[in-house]
Design a protein around this ligand. Structure first.
Ligand code: AMP
Length: 311
């Protein structure tokens, strides 16, 4: 089923307690596309970069089944640049630099070959641009998933609310859910946010997993307790890419299938954090993926105390 992904394609500079990187390839749409490509190909990308973006990295995306017809390359302009620094426990990070560059006046072009889009992933980007993509698709996709961040709540709340109203699934982290709703309880926050439009809400809680809300139902997926977490950058996007990739590949948007998609997304994210940047997402095997998903299933499988037969 046709999947279109929009979001930033960027240079990132990262600093974690384990080391520092110079400019490496990053961006929400990069992580989303690579992650989704393990479920289905092609992943149709809509994004913009400057002419400083290496051709080799565009080729790398193409080798992973990413269709780059919708990737604009702006002559004489610079790509989006973001840098961040993580605290010692890797749970919080500080944005050091956000240079919008080509993103400042991004006018997304949807190639005709993308008009068959049935699944749309709106990765982190100005909410007005995310909305333009919905408006420029001739037919409304079967499922629209949106990811965003506190940055847009601070600088473009009105636009953000207008876009949120149009999507089916919103994916944000716990801090952002509290900021957006003004509620501390995540259950209350979820009810309020679903009242803004989305029928489903995913609240990501980093190393504490993710919650999926729909009407009065809640599903919880743990994060895999890992021995080595190297760099959490892109984990949320990788999760989102795995989530929508799985739904698009199975073409089933029932709540039960969304639960599987949440586990699949969590498994993809668990790989992402094991190395710097996108490195770990480049060469995963089917066997590694299956083994990781099984680890997730084992992690939560239990016969409830009231049903168990004592030994
Ligand atoms: P995550 O760690 O999943 O929140 O995503 C990290 C990615 O988001 C990085 O690769 C950045 O390039 C990208 N990013 C950071 N800030 C923004 C922003 N304001 N708009 C779009 N993408 C961003």
């Amino acid at each position: 089923m046709s999947l279109v992904v929009i979001g930033s394609v960027a240079f990132d500079a990262l600093e974690t307690p384990f080391g520092k990187t110079d400019k490496i390839i990053g961006g929400a749409a990069t992580y989303i596309s690579l992650s989704a490509s393990y479920s289905l190909k092609p992943v149709k990308l809509v994004a913009v970069v400057g002419d400083d973006f290496p051709q080799a990295d565009i080729l790398l995306l193409q080798e992973h089944g990413v269709d780059t017809e919708g990737l604009q390359i702006k002559e004489g302009e610079k790509s989006f640049f973001w840098s961040g620094k993580y605290s010692t426990d890797l749970n919080s990070r500080e944005t050091l630099t956000t240079e919008l560059n080509v993103l400042a006046d991004f006018d997304p072009i949807i190639p005709d070959s993308y008009q068959d889009c049935k699944y749309l992933m709106l990765g982190n980007l100005a909410p007005a641009v995310q909305r333009l993509v919905i408006q420029r698709l001739v037919n409304r996709p079967k499922l629209i998933v949106m990811d965003t961040m506190n940055f847009w709540m601070d600088v473009a709340l009105e636009d953000l609310m207008a876009t949120i109203e149009m999507v089916d699934v919103l994916s944000i982290n716990d801090e952002e859910a509290r900021q957006l709703s003004g509620e501390y309880s995540l259950v209350k926050a979820a009810k309020k946010i679903m009242g803004f439009g989305p029928k489903f809400l995913i609240i990501k809680k980093g190393e504490h997993g993710a919650l999926l809300f729909h009407k009065n139902k809640i599903f919880f997926a743990p994060a895999l307790p890992l021995e080595e977490v190297f760099d959490p950058t892109g984990a949320g996007d990788t999760f989102a890419g795995g989530f929508i990739g799985y739904l698009a590949a199975t073409d089933d948007i029932s709540f039960d299938n969304m639960k599987r998609a949440v586990i699949h997304g969590s498994a993809m994210a668990s790989f992402c954090v094991e190395k710097f940047g996108t490195e770990r997402l480049l060469n995963l095997t089917k066997e590694q993926l299956e083994a990781r998903e099984k680890q997730f299933a084992d992690l939560v499988e239990v016969i409830p105390a009231t049903s168990a037969q004592p030994a």
